[in-house]
Design a protein. Sequence first.
Length: 281
Amino acid sequence: MINEELDPGKGAIAARLIGLTKRYSNGTLALDRLDLNIGSGEFVSLLGPSGCGKSTALYILAGLASATAGQVELADRQTGPATGTSVGFVFQEPSLMPWATVAENVALPLTLGRHAGGDAALEVRRCLAMVGLAAFSEAYPRELSGGMKMRVSIARALITRPKLLLLDEPFGALDEITRTRLHDDLLEIWRQTGCTIVMVTHSTTESVYLSSRIVVMAARPGRIIGSLEIGEPYPRGNQFRLTQGFSRYLGRASALLDEAFQTDPWQTNNGGASTNASAAR
């Protein structure tokens, strides 16, 4: 039975995780009967300490890993793993082909799907414009900054016009200024595409600024301990970070994260861990 707190209850459901369990061959139980509904058009952040199964759940949702038990449903349809073009995935590292141009890297999903041609070139230009890299289509990855490489990775995930965009800590390795700019760019992409976004993060600040809902996970084994609706309108600018509302949401998210750390035996046995409001890495 799906916990009502974790059900957005706003109409159409983009994805369901039902009784999701993952046990590795060494016996480690990474996820234990995880239930979660993701509403169509939501921006959901999965927040929690390292090792709590956030990325594992995301990979299973994307069809890049298999569950030991439970199932994933996309757009009210049960799926085996998720297949086709309905899901786009952005990894922690851009993972670009160094010998290929930016345009060729973005076009890769279409090339592998045998959709190369005039329409593919048009789609590449569309996606590069969306991430602000229209002038860099013929550049190579070695010529790009870290933030630009991540933009290319996001454009590549958008090339198939996915209904569900999954991001696994895409901004963790970037400096604060670059990360802040990409936050606003991601929100604009979300607005333009109307897709549903699920993002894994360790940062409470990032999750409060971006999300319509934060889902907090605790480890040992991975499970959901609570969720937090961020009832602030979009667009949100830098001024939002200075408001009392932002501070209140940050406090509530940090309290849930504290609870997640307290239920993690590894953290408890090692003297706990910092749950600073700005990040918990």
